[in-house]
Design a protein around this ligand. Sequence first.
Ligand code: ZN
Ligand code: ZN
Ligand code: ZN
Length: 257
Amino acid sequence: MKARLTVLGSGTSMGVPTIGCDCAVCRSSDPHDRRTRPSILIEYDGHVVLIDSTPDFREQAIRENIRRIDAVLYTHAHADHLLGIDDLRPLSFAHKPGKLPLYARPDSVDFIRNMFRYIFDADYKFGGLAQVELRPTNGTLDLFGAKFEPVSVIHGETEIDGFRFGSAAYLTDHSEVPETSFQKLQNLDILFLDALRHKPHPRHSTVENSLRIVERVRPKRAFFTHICHDLPHEATNASLPENVRLSYDGMKLDFEI
Ligand SMILES: [Zn+2]
Ligand SMILES: [Zn+2]
Ligand SMILES: [Zn+2]
């Protein structure tokens, strides 16, 4: 079935421009150098699945005119992937009397429930809560006729989820892709990878490391995300192989799911 992927945000945890920074990328007039926090939207067969709800979700949803969300998948519970939960409110109300399902690994579910206790504990007296419910994942999810398979990646000292869905895969926040996960990345049309910058980082991949992953996986096209202010869009793209590009906020890609 046909699907469309929209990059809601392509930036690292602090976003680009970064607060208080005067570097060339943070001061750039190229709109591709404005990167909100990392998230994608997948649309198919009238349904809309969001991967991660960032602190920029409200701005992203207004920019892309998002009118519905049927499910949210979380890669992990770091703030830059999570803090937009409260801004799911207007879209979550459409699910009443049901709730908008939020899918995450069991460890992330525990963290989210603790962090957003006022939403999940049912003793909050001030109303206006997001109508959401946490559902721990345990293997491949079938959402509205499409399969979303978790792909484990190593993020510093923790293991988190990427996802494979149809001919596309989205891996963000990885310092390492374990051997067992490579088997899930065969015959891809589109592969998203973390590429924070050139300089090594203990919890993130670099451009060079992600290029090595692309060489091994051989997707038709690869896109880098979770990008910091070290990488100017145009100049970096000019240095990459033809089938590899930096993603950017608002980028749209069609694929088969
Ligand atoms: Zn992150
Ligand atoms: Zn900067
Ligand atoms: Zn993270």
